[in-house]
Design a protein around this ligand. Structure first.
Ligand code: BES
Ligand code: ZN
Ligand code: ZN
Length: 487
């Protein structure tokens, strides 16, 4: 599925369906007004009857309108005109795309109006309709969602349309990796896929296998991998779009391809969705692929720490003391707090590889869900200006994030009696923050921002604009950070 600029007036467009945008309150403007006039007042009649409200993400299907070439018109609610942000555009376009993907359609055309035909709003709408039309039903014979063959979009900004398409495809790559079940998606198969993506996007790719990880003394990451018969991998991708000697953005992803909890075994209900525990790595891979395709003027290093957390005979145990790559000793109090162990070594490698500004993404803690709910990512940083840049990028991208504090008082909670630190906090309080405090031990003095995506990375229930399963959330934020980059 790819996007083209619509070159025909909405009423004459030969498509299986056309979509027109309607603002809250039902004032018809632009293409909606054209369709209303061509159809003898169909839309305004439905607005008067309050069938069409223009509420954000509302999709009203109008079959067989007279005076219109297409047999189906969808009136898409855009919400209040004053609140039409890029994030609103993403969701609205996604909602229309998902509603239309319910049946097989060859050609679909979107006439969302003047405000959505250029710039970041067009980009985000384009991304939304690519994401909205793809479902999680990878292995169902009977699909629920069908991406249309051809999509036309009202646009007077070819670059923004293409950029949105790139970002939408990258989100779908992330979603597909997250949705692929753990019997097929494990460290080696993830690394192979990353290598394939790297060659498609012109990225340098280096893959560290078990022997290399041992030679590099990645003792924390390797300990997590011990309980699995699947070998761990560390994938390092490089995009050189900036100056040779310039600074580099480091994107680090937690890639636990399945988190059983290890010997601190998860109850069955909590384990069911743990194929999502590599979403950080999948998001980082999607983001660097988009940044490369967008040819942004920046140097990026993406690192994905890939392991499976299992209970095999060699599994790491409670009470074990590990030595991380940076020499820090870690006492294990819970083998289910494995993500921070993987990231500890990968953050250290990232800095050695030349990353100067770090962002890690991880489905790290259930505590972050308790604090912020399912839809909001937690942001923690050791450097407020860098953290603020990330928050600003998320706001521009329309993704929901909220900062949690990193007061030094929390450091007490991860001290161990036998080692430098332990891998869980004292007691259960502030669990998202004690996890971040643990990671902070491994970033030296580099500006670093941690994003806990345990909530938004994976949905058990669908939204109007996107199916359940992997979401690709926070990928747009990473791309925006790269766009805003001015080190
Ligand atoms: N992968 C989980 C966190 C998670 C929970 C992700 C729910 C997505 C949805 C992580 O490895 C984990 O199990 N963390 C423990 C840490 C605890 C033992 C200190 C948790 O949050 O319970
Ligand atoms: Zn865990
Ligand atoms: Zn985990």
């Amino acid at each position: 599925m790819s996007l083209h600029t619509a070159r025909t007036a909405p009423a004459e467009m030969a498509a299986d369906a056309i979509v027109v945008g309607v603002f809250d309150g039902g004032t018809l403007t632009g293409p909606a007004k054209e369709i209303d006039e061509a159809s003898g007042g169909l839309l305004s009649m439905l607005v008067t009857r309050k069938e069409i409200t223009g509420r954000a993400n509302e999709t009203i299907f109008l079959h067989g309108p007279t005076g219109i070439s297409a047999p189906l018109v969808v009136a898409l609610g855009l919400g209040p005109q004053t609140k039409l942000t890029p994030g609103v555009a993403f969701r609205a376009a996604g909602s229309a795309a998902k509603a239309l993907a319910g049946k097989e359609r060859k050609v679909v055309a979107y006439f969302l109006g003047e405000e959505l035909s250029a710039g970041e709003k067009l980009s985000q709408a384009a991304a939304g309709l690519i994401v909205g039309s793809v479902g999680q039903d990878l292995y169902r014979a009977e699909k629920k969602l069908f991406a249309p063959g051809e999509v036309y979009v009202q646009s007077n900004d070819e670059a923004a349309l293409q950029a949105g398409e790139i970002v939408g495809q990258a989100m779908n790559l992330t979603r597909e990796l997250v949705n692929t079940p753990p019997d097929r998606m494990y460290p080696v198969s993830f690394a192979e896929r990353a290598n394939q993506v790297a060659s498609e996007c012109g990225l340098q790719c280096e893959i560290w296998d078990q022997a290399k990880l041992e030679a590099e003394r990645c003792g924390a990451l390797l300990a997590v991998a011990k309980g699995s018969d699947k070998e761990p991998r560390l994938v390092i991708l490089r995009y050189q779009g900036g100056e040779e000697s310039g600074q580099a953005l480091g994107l680090i992803g937690k890639g636990v391809t399945f988190d059983s909890g290890g010997l601190s075994l998860k109850p069955s209900d909590s384990m069911l969705t743990m194929k999502c525990d590599m979403a950080g790595a999948a998001t980082v891979l999607g983001a660097i692929s988009a940044i490369a395709k967008l040819k942004l003027p920046i140097n990026v290093i993406a690192l994905m720490g890939l392991v499976e957390n299992m209970t095999g005979p060699a599994a790491y145990k409670l009470g074990d003391v590990l030595t991380a790559r940076n020499g820090t000793t870690i006492e294990i109090h819970n083998t289910d707090a494995e993500g921070r162990l993987v990231l500890a070594d990968v953050l250290d490698v990232a800095i050695d590889q030349g990353a100067t500004h770090l962002i890690d993404l991880a489905t790290l803690t259930g505590a972050c869900l308790v604090a912020l709910g399912l839809d909001v990512a937690g942001v923690m940083t050791n450097n407020q200006p860098w953290g603020s840049d990330v928050l600003e990028a998320a706001n521009r991208a329309g993704e929901l994030v909220w900062q949690l504090p990193m007061f030094s008082e929390y450091n007490e909670l991860i001290k161990s009696d036998v080692a430098d630190i332990k891998n869980v906090g004292q007691g259960r309080w502030g669990g998202a923050i004690t996890a971040a405090k643990f990671l902070e031990q491994f970033v030296r003095d580099q500006p670093w921002t941690h994003i806990d995506i345990a909530g938004p990375a994976f949905r058990e229930k669908p939204k109007a604009w996107c199916d359940a399963g992997g979401t690709g959330e926070l990928l747009r934020t990473l791309v925006e950070v790269a766009r805003m980059w001015r080190p």
